[in-house]
Structure formats: structure tokens, C-alpha cells
Design a protein around this ligand. Structure first.
Ligand code: BGC
Length: 819
């Protein structure tokens, strides 16, 4: 046990009864929990109270952690502004502790601390009983000037009670405003003498370690307000299966008097993650029921996948997640409610109540890991700009303590394949170094004794599989990617032994065939053999191990991996190439991965790149790749000088393509290219998320190639500026596409802000900024014989030419180049 908590005990209250059947064999089918069952009120959550006296208030810190999620109050005030504390970890191995300076909350004399604990990621509906089998628990220690003044033990009073009656990450929250509030309960006038003593929870055998990474917070600057408020008062017949909502008021404004029987539907015009904060007024006991949805039913027809009347919220794709928030009014004038121990992925909020009430105010609060955003992109194409915005919202939505696959349905797990595919995009968009440092700790915690990385990190009740090709490999790929973007070797050093273990158990268990072929090129339109993916990723893993061994100066290990690579490559060649060394697989992904991972080289690689280009053209200038092929696709085309084809794919609007989903109404990245189509309605409900960032990985290409900001040395101490300009014209331009004429990017690297911007009309103008202390190599596309460089004319021939680009070394400074 950690030194700070040497004598402190995890305390719990076994009267807490989870509202679901914790032992039900199938998590999806848990009784009462499939779609369209209701969120129920229960007795409340475990609440712990301790009174303690202080002679001074100075220099006092609270250290705490929880098995579950905890909210803390001292002397009538909520402590801190972090949410879902202490976050998601593998509770078999670790819970994070947080330190707060609490001096400002304290009194000289009597003080009271209160903690309310929810099931969280410990014993929540979709993780139990894998981690917790019992009630959630809490541990704390208060230190003043280095001396302990209070800590958790059985003398803390406890009860299962309070306003939050039921709380679960996946199902939502039921709060009853008629019950005493935690601020009220955390002052000594609230009598808890009758409460029982806490029980000591001995279930935790892991390590309590210091919080790493950014806290989960309400990100106030990203909060949204209602774009459109519709008031409905029933259903009318429109000839469809479910009919359509009857609209009482179309563009209602706040404050709004909602009549008995009316439902309010709020459209934020943007899918996001968080919760609704409402200010309401009404009679005591009125229950305001909120449902959160990504889409509205578009016709009321079952054949289009609708689950209700046209215009009502579509929620069947949330599968077993109830995703609801209920609030019972206290009737004491204006009341503010927002959930505490859950979050939702949504664009629409539906409010219903049996009685009348007044909706005075509404804010949709954006909740997520508070990563500082570091990248800005803008292009001449409005739809591409929308794609960039959708990707950023996808990241804001899915980086919440762990990188989740999606934030709304009954998963919200750290699916590794999605995370590795998106990791470079994420690292340009925001500073995710701390976030990933924490998640790689989670990866080690979830690693099997033998060394296997899990497919979902942390593991969960329903997802415990491991060693899946391209998924488990996140444990190798992400540390390397983070090192390249942030230049901090410690992520490799901390993770190195674990990575070695992973590779070594792959060798022992699967020889040279690589990790288990399981998900393959997930959701691709063309099937590329799963075994090919395994073998290719294995060689790629080893390549990264060679590089990482060199980075941390382990030459003997680098040498070991060089030899291993040869064997792994031979396996690849024997199984996926013919006798002449030609690739057997013919899908786009076969070619993309082979080129991206350097499994083919020289003239043959060029030939395959040409073939790939032709194949895409033949496919109507459309991709046919899944999660894996897609993130490698445009960078690979550019690696072989096929930037124009990359632009064609980026700006394609026919299915499947990025802009296609935007034309169908996407405000984030969808799980499938066709999750919803105007033509056919909703996609397969079994797996259809509207906020799955994996395909947003194309933004990596926009940063690295369209804008051209690419590290040469890790951390961008030295970098390339290689703006790839769209030069398509004539037959090369697919119908309806116009060339990109402008790309502007800036990226706050750890070594300063890098800017790169080009405009191509009659002239070609390029502007860039190389931050102080760094240098860059500019690969300037040549369009004219003369170049004006910060006002001075040069002849192109003065510069070295490489593949049609003038190669110019740039020291720190701002540059304006015209041709
Ligand atoms: C998730 C994916 C994940 C996949 C594994 C899905 O249910 O939502 O994004 O990578 O399972 O195949």
C-alpha cells in the first residue's frame, strides 16, 4: 500500500445493492436492462461522513481514491471541479489517487467531509463482476503540514442514501431533489448520528498510484446550447409504422413553460459527450426524464430502421445502454440539475414530464479528459473543414479517461485497434502525451502474466480477449507514435520491458505468424485476409522494436530484433507472396499495408503503388478499406508521390468516403461509412455508432502531407515542411470535385508553434513559421522558374531538386515564398 495511505482503509457499505443483477451471465441480456426498460430509482449511493477538528487550516491536502467514482464535499462545498474521479483503471492492479489542496474549504475548529461513491468503472453494469463484486469503496487521508489529521476507517459514518438514487456510466442517473443534497449533508447541522459505522473493504489488492494524465472535466469553453427546441404533444398518423410527432411549437425559446403531456426535443446541431445541465421550476415530485440520442427518427418506418415516430429520438443503436437522466423536482423554486456519475454521447436531448414545469435554462456540458488542443486546420473546401471539425469532436467525445471506441452505447471501452489507428491524428489535434502515458500504464496493468496485451484496455467483463492483430499491437505502436510527436523517451523506457514480453510470448505461442487474426481490416468493403494482417503487423511491431531499442540505446536488443525481423519477414513472404516475390492479396488494404510497413520495396513497390492507384480509380475513385487500411491509405499514396489520388479520396462524396457521411448529416465520425443514409435510413442496429473516431485518422494525412508538417527528429526539433499541393486537372478530377486551393495548419509542438499555409491560384504562395530553437527542411513544390523568398528573388536552379521540389533548409523564422 502506498505510504500516504499506510493506515487508511478502503471503506464501504454493503447495504448498497446494485440495481442490476450482477451475476447475470450475459452482460447484454441482464434482466431489466435491454432497450426500452426504464431507469429505476433505488435507495441511493453509499455516502460516508467524518467530522474532524483542526487547529489551523493551512497547508492541508486531501489524498483520495475510490473503487468506483467519487464526489467529495467539505463543509457544504463540493471539492474541486474534476469529474468521474479517480478514473478508469484496471482495478485488479491499480486505482489512482488524487491530491487536492483543501485549505480553502476548512475551518479552524469543527469540519465535516462527505464522500458519495458510485459504481463507476469498478462495479458498473458493464464491468461487474470482473473488477468489483461488491459495493464501491472509498479511501482518503488528510495531511496537514506533513502530518495526518484524518483518514478513512470504520469510524466514518455511512448510509446508502442521498439525492443520487441510482447511477451507472452506461445506464445513467436518477436524482431525487426531494432528498437532502450532499452540500446540506456535509455541514454539521445535518444529523447522521443514527448512521452505522463504515465497513472495511479488503477487496483491493492492487497499487494506489498517483494520478497521471489530464483530469476529466466539464470543458466549459466547449459547452453547447440548444440550436433548435421543438415542443411536441403526441403522435400523429402519417401512414408509417410509428407515425410522426405532433409539433406544438417548432422553434421554442427559453425560458419555456412546458405543459402537461408535452415533450421537448433539443437539437444541439453537434454530436458531443457530456450531459445536460437544466434549470427548471415546477411542483414537488415532478419527474423530468431525459433521454440522449444521436439521431432523430426520419420517417417512422421500420424498413428504414426507425424505432419510433418521425421526429422522435432514435435510441435503439445504444443497444442495452439506457442512457437516461431523471430528476425529481424538490419544488423549492428554481432548481439546477446535471448528472454526476455518468455521461452520454448525443446530439439530441428529449425531456418529458408527467406534469407541467418551466424549463428556464439548458446547457449541454462537454465532459472529457481535459487535453489542451494543439492543432488547427483550415482548407478551401468547406466539407473537408467539416470533416476536420467532426474528427475533433470525435476525439473530444472519446478521450474520456481512456480512449473509447464510442461514447454512447453499451461499450465505451478502450478498444485498442481504434485507438492506435487514430493516435497520430489525436496527437496533432491535442496534447495527449499524459493521456497516453496513463493509458499505456493501463496497458501494462491489463497485460497477461505471459505478456499478451488485451483487445480492450482496461479489460472488462465482456471483453477480455487478447493478442488480436492490430488491436493488441497498440501496446507497441502507441509508445512509438507518442515518442515521435512529443520527443519524450520515457514512454518507451517505461514500457520497454512490457513490449519485449509481448513480442516474446507472440513468438512462443504463434511462431512467426504474429498476433491472432481476429478483427482483420475491421468493417472493410473488401476482404483482406486476417492472417495477412497478423503477419504484416508482426513485422511492423518488430520494426518498431528495432527503432525503439535504438532510441533507448539497447543495441543488443536492436540486433536481436533485426534477426527476428528477418524470420518474421520470411514467414510473410512465404505465406503472402508467390515464388517471384509478388503479393498474393489483391485488395487495396493488402497493397496499402505492404507499402506502409515496407514489406515490399524498390521498383516492385512503385509498381504496386501504381496498381493501387489504378485500382482505386477503377473502383470509382473510392476506397474499399476498413479501420486499418484507411489510416494508412492516404499517407501511403503520398509516400509514393500520389498526392492527387489522396486528394481525390479525401474529397470524394460517393459511398464509401469521408464526405459521404457528411452529406448524410454527420457531425462526428461514424463507425461505418454508411451508418445512416438519406436513401435507406439507419444501418445495422447491431453495431452502429455515430461517434467512432477511427476513420477520422485521415486528419493525420492532412497535417503530415496536405499541410506538410512532419517530424524528422522526434518532438519536431527538426521537421519537414512538405506541403503536397493538389494539382489535379482535366480527367484526373472526378466529376463534381474541385481542386483544393488552400490549406492552412498550425501545430503547437513541444518545441513551439509550427505554421504551414499554402494557396494556389494563378500564383503559388507558401507561408510558414519555424519556431525558435528548431530547424526545418522545406520541400517546396516548384511551379515556376523564379522563387521569391521573403521578398528576394531566386532562381529555382539555386536549390537542390528532389522529386519536383526545391529542398530548402530553414532556420527559425517566418517565411513568405511566392512563385
Ligand atoms: C467496437 C470497435 C472495435 C471492435 C473490435 C466493436 O464493437 O465498437 O470499434 O474495435 O468491436 O472488433
Amino acid at each position: 500500500m502506498n505510504k500516504i495511505f499506510r493506515n487508511a482503509k478502503f471503506i464501504t457499505n454493503s447495504d448498497y445493492d446494485p440495481y442490476f443483477d450482477i451475476n447475470a451471465s450475459n452482460w447484454v441480456k441482464r434482466p431489466r436492462l435491454y432497450q426500452h426498460t426504464d431507469l429505476v430509482s433505488s435507495d441511493g449511493l453509499p455516502v460516508f461522513i467524518k467530522d474532524f477538528a483542526l487547529k489551523s487550516t493551512e497547508n492541508t491536502s486531501l489524498y483520495f481514491s475510490a473503487l468506483g467514482c467519487v464526489d467529495i464535499f467539505i463543509n457544504g462545498k463540493r471539492v474541486g471541479s474534476d469529474e468521474m474521479k479517480p478514473g478508469c483503471t484496471n482495478f485488479h492492479k491499480r486505482a489512482l489517487y488524487i491530491e487536492y489542496d483543501i485549505s480553502e474549504y476548512l475551518n479552524v475548529g469543527g469540519n465535516r467531509i462527505l464522500a458519495v461513491v458510485s459504481s463507476g468503472w469498478y462495479v458498473g453494469r458493464n464491468v461487474a463482476p470482473y473488477y468489483g463484486k461488491n459495493a464501491p469503496a472509498f479511501i482518503a487521508c488528510i495531511m496537514q503540514n506533513g502530518k495526518k489529521v484524518c483518514e478513512t476507517d470504520e469510524t466514518w459514518k455511512t448510509d446508502v442514501c442521498g439525492q443520487i438514487r441510482t447511477a451507472d456510466i452506461w445506464d445513467g442517473e436518477y436524482r431525487d431533489g426531494r432528498e437532502p443534497d450532499y452540500t446540506e449533508m456535509s455541514v454539521d447541522s445535518f444529523n447522521c448520528d443514527e448512521w452505522k459505522n463504515s465497513e472495511i473493504a479488503n477487496c483491493f489488492t492492487g497499487e494506489l498510484s498517483e494520478f497521471v494524465g489530464p483530469q476529466v472535466r466539464v470543458r466549459d469553453n466547449l459547452n453547447l446550447t440548444a440550436e433548435k427546441i421543438t415542443v411536441t404533444d403526441g403522435i400523429k398518423y402519417n401512414g408509417s409504422d410509428y407515425g410522426e410527432i405532433s409539433i406544438a411549437e417548432e422553434n421554442a425559446k427559453l425560458p419555456l413553460k412546458v405543459k402537461k403531456g408535452q415533450t421537448v426535443i433539443i437539437d444541439l446541431a453537434q454530436e458531443m459527450v457530456g450531459w445536460a445541465k437544466i434549470k427548471v421550476k415546477g411542483a414537488r415530485g415532478t419527474i423530468i426524464k431525459m433521454r440522449f440520442a444521436e439521431f432523430l427518427n426520419d420517417s417512422g418506418e421500420i424498413s428504414r430502421g426507425n424505432d419510433g415516430p418521425k421526429g422522435s429520438v432514435y435510441t435503439v443503436n445504444l443497444r442495452s445502454a439506457l442512457a437516461k437522466a431523471y430528476y425529481v423536482l424538490s419544488g423549492k423554486g428554481e432548481e439546477i440539475y446535471r448528472p454526476t456519475f455518468t455521461f452520454f454521447g448525443y446530439r439530441y436531448v428529449e425531456l418529458t414530464a408527467e406534469g407541467e414545469y418551466e424549463l428556464i435554462d439548458f446547457v449541454s456540458e462537454t465532459v472529457g479528459s481535459d487535453t489542451k488542443e494543439t492543432g488547427r486546420l483550415e482548407t478551401s473546401d468547406e466539407l473537408v473543414n467539416k470533416l476536420i471539425s467532426n474528427t475533433i469532436w470525435g476525439q473530444r467525445s472519446n478521450y474520456l479517461s481512456i480512449p473509447t471506441d464510442c461514447p454512447q452505447r453499451d461499450e465505451r471501452f478502450g478498444w485498442t485497434g481504434d485507438a492506435q489507428a487514430f493516435s497520430i491524428t489525436a496527437a496533432y489535434n491535442a496534447d495527449v502525451s499524459g493521456f497516453m502515458k496513463k493509458w499505456m500504464q493501463d496497458a501494462r496493468d491489463a497485460q497477461s502474466d505471459e505478456g499478451a496485451y488485451s483487445d480492450v484496455i482496461p479489460r472488462s467483463q465482456c471483453c477480455r480477449s487478447e493478442n488480436a492483430a492490430a488491436w493488441a499491437d497498440a501496446g507497441i505502436i502507441i509508445p512509438y507514435n507518442m515518442y515521435m510527436i512529443y520527443g519524450d523517451k520515457s514512454i518507451i523506457e517505461d514500457h520497454y520491458t512490457s513490449m519485449e514480453k509481448y513480442i516474446s510470448q507472440l513468438v512462443i505461442n504463434y511462431g512467426m505468424s504474429g498476433p491472432i487474426p481476429r478483427y482483420g481490416d475491421w468493417l472493410a468493403y473488401d476482404y483482406c485476409k486476417n492472417e495477412f494482417i497478423s503477419s504484416a503487423y508482426f513485422v511492423h511491431d518488430i520494426d518498431l522494436m528495432i527503432k525503439m531499442s535504438e532510441i533507448i540505446e539497447k543495441e543488443d536488443r536492436a540486433e536481436y530484433y533485426r534477426k527476428l525481423r528477418e524470420k518474421a519477414y520470411n514467414y510473410f513472404a512465404e505465406n503472402f507472396m508467390d515464388e517471384d516475390g509478388k503479393l498474393l492479396g489483391q485488395t487495396q488494404t493488402d497493397k496499402v499495408i505492404s507499402l506502409a510497413f515496407n514489406l515490399i520495396s524498390g521498383d516492385y513497390a512503385k509498381e504496386i503503388a501504381d496498381e493501387l492507384e489504378k485500382q482505386i480509380k477503377k473502383n470509382g475513385s473510392r476506397l474499399s478499406t476498413g479501420f486499418l487500411g484507411t489510416y494508412n491509405l492516404c499517407p501511403t499514396l503520398s509516400k509514393y508521390g500520389k498526392d492527387n489520388m489522396a486528394y481525390t479520396l479525401l474529397m470524394q462524396r460517393k459511398e464509401p468516403s469521408w464526405l459521404y457521411s457528411i452529406d448524410q448529416g454527420a457531425t462526428t465520425i461514424w463507425e461505418r461509412w454508411n451508418s445512416y443514409t438519406l436513401e435507406k435510413g439507419f444501418g445495422d442496429v447491431g453495431m452502429n455508432s455515430f461517434n467512432h473516431y477511427a476513420y477520422g485518422s485521415v486528419v493525420e494525412w492532412i497535417y503530415r502531407y496536405a499541410a506538410g508538417i512532419e517530424p524528422i527528429e522526434a518532438g519536431f526539433k527538426k521537421f519537414a515542411l512538405q506541403p503536397r499541393v493538389d494539382t489535379r486537372k482535366g480527367a484526373e478530377l472526378p466529376d463534381g470535385q474541385k481542386p483544393m486551393t488552400h490549406v492552412k495548419a498550425s501545430f503547437d509542438s513541444v518545441n513551439g508553434t509550427i505554421e504551414s499555409e499554402w494557396t494556389k491560384d494563378k500564383k503559388f504562395t507558401y507561408k510558414c513559421t519555424v519556431p525558435k530553437g528548431t530547424s526545418a527542411v522545406l520541400y517546396l513544390p516548384v511551379f515556376a522558374k523564379k522563387i521569391t523568398f521573403n521578398g528576394k528573388q531566386h532562381s529555382v536552379s539555386e536549390f537542390k531538386n528532389e522529386n519536383g521540389c526545391a529542398v530548402i533548409k530553414l532556420n527559425a523564422g517566418k517565411y513568405l515564398i511566392e512563385q
